[in-house]
Design a protein around this ligand. Sequence first.
Ligand SMILES: Cc1cc2nc3c(=O)[nH]c(=O)nc-3n(C[C@H](O)[C@H](O)[C@H](O)COP(=O)(O)OP(=O)(O)OC[C@H]3O[C@@H](n4cnc5c(N)ncnc54)[C@H](O)[C@@H]3O)c2cc1C
Length: 479
Amino acid sequence: MREGLYAIVGAAGIGEDTESYRIGDALPAAVVTPESEAEVRALMEYAHGGRFPCIVAGNGTHLTHLSPHERPWWLLSTRRLNRVVDYSPQDLVLTVGAGITLQEVQDVLREYNQYLPWNPALPTEATIGGIVSSNRSGSWRYRYGTPRDRLLALRAVLPDGVAFKSGAKVVKSVAGYDLHRLLCGAWGTLAVITEITLKVQPAPAQFEAVGWFTTWQDLPATLASLMRLPIQPDGISVAALRGGAFQGLSGLRAVSQVEWEWGEMTSRQTLTVVGATSEPLSRPRTLTVYGGVGVMDAPTLAQPRTLASPEPQPQPETDTSPPLPYVWMEFSGRPEGVPWQVQQLHAQGYPAEPIDATQLAHLRDWLAPRTHPLLMQIFLRPNEVGEAMARWTELQGVSAMAHAGSGVLYVAADASGLSELLIQRVRTLKSKYRVLNGADWLRAHSDGELHRSPLNAGELRLTHALKNALDERGILPLT
Ligand SMILES: Cc1cc2nc3c(=O)[nH]c(=O)nc-3n(C[C@H](O)[C@H](O)[C@H](O)COP(=O)(O)OP(=O)(O)OC[C@H]3O[C@@H](n4cnc5c(N)ncnc54)[C@H](O)[C@@H]3O)c2cc1C
């Protein structure tokens, strides 16, 4: 198989890095990087003829969702299909090769003061093909919808090597079925996308992210009230991270070692304090301490006093401190509009403080599937998010993050969280969910009962029928 594939693409099209495309224990037998649609067609035709199973990828950041083939398989990476094919700033329409990364696209658009309103994890690695194929969306879905909503057209190659195009480079186009949208969210199971046309938009004049700590008790009411305010954030999110993870978020507002001087804590105890505000130094109203992490009710102290020579604190391998909810919101728009929206939060008494780009990237990248032995996406109504999050994070070794505005909850377990208790909790789940990493573990520990498809029986039947029609030899994987 390898020789046949390599003969089509030549030495330049052979990838050495199989490890980047690992799926669980499975590695590809070959990594092939075609540089044109003609090469993709020839590769798929060859694979179809020889029944050689294939997995399509961009940069491999999000393959954990797939079940690798049981027989040896090869991997087609689009990373050399990375050209800007056509860009018409006056029409807000961009056509690119599927293997270009989101960051590269944003750099091109920035020259014309335009952008794609997407904020995925790992933007320097995520390819547009991977983003469109997964149709995952981040917190900005609340305002901007999903990748499918921006997809105008694409070119793709079917598993038997036949190329097709669907859609048009205009925003209104109603010819035939929306086949291009069918591939959006198909996770590379139906065809290899080679070229993508997207609707872009003018970049906002201003962007600001603000956040604050709250308590589990207050979280549901806080989220409900945020949804009712007359403001239009890009996204409303909540992170429930453990102390160790907070410290990893370097500088999430005032995460620092302090010496606490009031009340009973005069004995030079060292605490990690989060959630301090810029109010003048005064007596704290409330200080809640969770396993060495303190959350203060505002107003508390201006500058947490850093110990003169703080000893580096060894991080426990498994952090057992209870997590804390941190709410953050992102705003973009006209210069006068953004501060006005933040003022509305302050008027409601929320101590919203600016978060910088590094911290935001840190929060966003937390959602990269490979970071967690188990990562699940649970679909809820927005008003269910606060309580659900509190319940999940009671479990040891379990953290969570939510795109609260859209009702998407991410639950992650570290090695210590992979427990029978977690299995039991998944069993009681009433809502739909999708496992982004760790499906094998979940299945193995539940006798196969907790399979990962979020589809119901009817949807599954149609999905299989469609898959058979387009890929009857099973060259591409099943979801
Ligand atoms: C707004 C937004 C927010 C997101 N947030 C997150 C997030 O928080 N965390 C996260 O992990 N992801 C997130 N995603 C999705 C993420 O950007 C992509 O899934 C992924 O990172 C793409 O990277 P990749 O090139 O490494 O794709 P890969 O990991 O290589 O592939 C991802 C999937 O797409 C398929 N695929 C890739 N290229 C093609 C192609 N050309 N043709 C057909 N199938 C293909 C693969 O088979 C695989 O199923 C978000 C996406 C958006 C738009």
